[in-house]
Design a protein around this ligand. Structure first.
Ligand SMILES: Cc1cc2nc3c(=O)[nH]c(=O)nc-3n(C[C@H](O)[C@H](O)[C@H](O)COP(=O)(O)OP(=O)(O)OC[C@H]3O[C@@H](n4cnc5c(N)ncnc54)[C@H](O)[C@@H]3O)c2cc1C
Length: 438
């Protein structure tokens, strides 16, 4: 299925060229000029597909994991921007002459194209450097939605009035209208209709439990008269807490930390990190939550044939592993699991007692190794960072040669572990990574 989707995506972004070559196969222009036209047509289709990629489609999530699609979405924006940057230069070079690029006194629809391109550049720049500039996520997302809509509208208007391709080809004009209708329809459903539908059936907070220093577990009850959604262990949810009391109402991603075998509730375990999560301890039983779920593919059930697993967790990256381990325990799964759990201090270790209990239980065959980077007192366990030496020693050659590795945690730790696993000759096909930030 994943390959069919990739082919479908390629067909979609090349669809304007396919329609054009079928409807108007003849060209009277130079190759350079035609390349410039084709770049713009392809860039328009890429922009349409950006909306499709961002619309949280189940079929996309099931095959690639939604959180893995967002970096692809960003890279495709960069590709579209590059094609559009080259577009006027190639047209000028290929026959339209340089005033197209240098003159100010040009028709309004050329200016629409220029401004759309500048907006796309600004949009991509903000998306890449948001964190470094210090723009709040919610402010960025609102700006991204508004500028994204203006970019699509601008690209549509520019191509409709400027391009000879559209003027000469009725099939291409029809296809253009179909593409923009798809984007507008999906965007309206994703950003306006679906949030309202989800709000009609909010979940209820049953309990708020401290789990470690600055870490809280929220327990959610399904909406009145409804069943909880089904999910795979390790999947995540979009949560918007409706708490009132002046507390922020924002949508955030949180992994589901409970086992799918618990049918009457589910939980997320959340670490105080920034402006929103630092209010998580103020959530109270009875508060409501809008939930859109489940998403993600970071789950042992996606590879049922694998028996030997190594889970590597950094800090709050433990949450998907708790869900996976609890599910293995509840289903008495015949799995052998080594959990390497890295934290700064002992006080940061969440679920310590439950992990010890699972280690002593029959299934799964679990071994837990705690690794502390800044231990206090007389910590007798592993110290320092999870580097190549520790991974080699703790995993052993047998696991390095055959186990499936799952890694979740803060970006710095993820990069270090992935690179150490590569140095230890563990192929990428046996490493699954969950990014908690984009
Ligand atoms: C797939 C996935 C699963 C996650 N699971 C967990 C979990 O189980 N437990 C947990 O504690 N954390 C989890 N996180 C991380 C959690 O989403 C962020 O810590 C939280 O959104 C930070 O919000 P903040 O405003 O408190 O922090 P800030 O300091 O404002 O933001 C820190 C970073 O979080 C991201 N972020 C902030 N606001 C949002 C938002 N509204 N939507 C999306 N991203 C945002 C941005 O990249 C930002 O740079 C997960 C993230 C992802 C992507």
């Amino acid at each position: 299925m994943a390959y069919s989707l990739i082919l479908g995506y390629l067909a979609a972004i090349l669809s304007p060229l396919i329609v054009l070559s079928l409807s108007s196969p003849q060209t009277y222009h130079s190759i350079i000029y035609d390349t410039g036209r084709h770049f713009a047509l392809t860039a328009f289709a890429i922009l349409i597909m950006q909306v499709v990629l961002a619309a949280r489609l189940r079929i996309v999530d099931r095959n690639f994991g939604l959180n893995n699609v967002f970096p692809f979405h960003r890279n495709m924006a960069i590709l579209a921007g590059s094609l559009l940057l080259l577009h006027p230069f190639l047209l000028a070079w290929g026959g339209r002459k340089w005033p197209l690029v240098t003159f100010l006194d040009l028709p309004w629809y050329i200016w629409v194209g220029r401004l759309t391109f500048l907006l796309l550049l600004a949009n991509a720049f903000m998306s890449i450097f948001r964190d470094r500039i210090g723009v709040k996520f919610e402010t960025w997302r609102l700006g991204h939605d508004i500028s994204g809509s203006l970019i699509l509208a601008g690209a549509f208007v520019h191509s409709w009035y400027t391009g000879g391709d559209l003027a000469d080809s009725l099939p291409l004009r029809v296809w253009w209208l179909a593409l923009i209708a798809l984007a507008v329809g999906l965007f309206a459903y994703h950003r306006l209709v679906r949030p309202q539908l989800l709000r009609q059936h909010p979940y209820r907070i049953m309990e708020v439990t401290p789990e470690a220093e600055g870490v809280w577990t929220l327990k959610f009850a399904p909406p009145e008269g409804r069943q909880r959604f089904d999910f795979h262990p390790g999947q995540w949810q979009f949560v918007t807490l409706l708490r009132g009391r002046g507390l922020p109402e924002e949508e955030h991603h949180f992994t589901i930390s409970s086992s799918p075998a618990e049918k009457d509730f589910h939980t997320s375990t959340i670490k105080e990190l920034g402006d929103f999560t630092s209010t998580i301890g103020q959530t109270e039983p009875g508060d409501r939550a809008v939930i859109h779920a489940p998403f993600g593919i970071f789950s042992h059930v996606m590879r049922p044939e694998v028996r030997d697993l190594v889970f590597i967790a950094g800090g709050i990256g433990i949450t998907p592993f708790m869900s996976n381990l609890r599910h293995m325990r509840d289903t008495r799964a015949d799995k052998r699991v080594l959990l390497l759990y890295a934290n700064r201090r002992e006080a940061d270790i969440a679920f310590r007692a439950e992990l010890a209990e699972m280690e002593a239980g029959a299934a799964p065959d679990l071994s837990v190794v705690h690794v502390l980077s800044r231990p206090e007192g007389d910590w007798q366990g592993e110290k320092g960072r999870l580097d190549q030496e520790k991974l080699r020693r703790l995993c052993g050659r047998e696991r390095l040669d055959q186990a499936m590795f799952y890694v979740a945690g803060p970006p710095g730790m993820l990069e270090a572990v992935i690179s150490a696993l590569q140095d230890l000759k563990v192929p990428d096909s046996r490493v699954s990574v969950e990014y908690f930030a984009f």
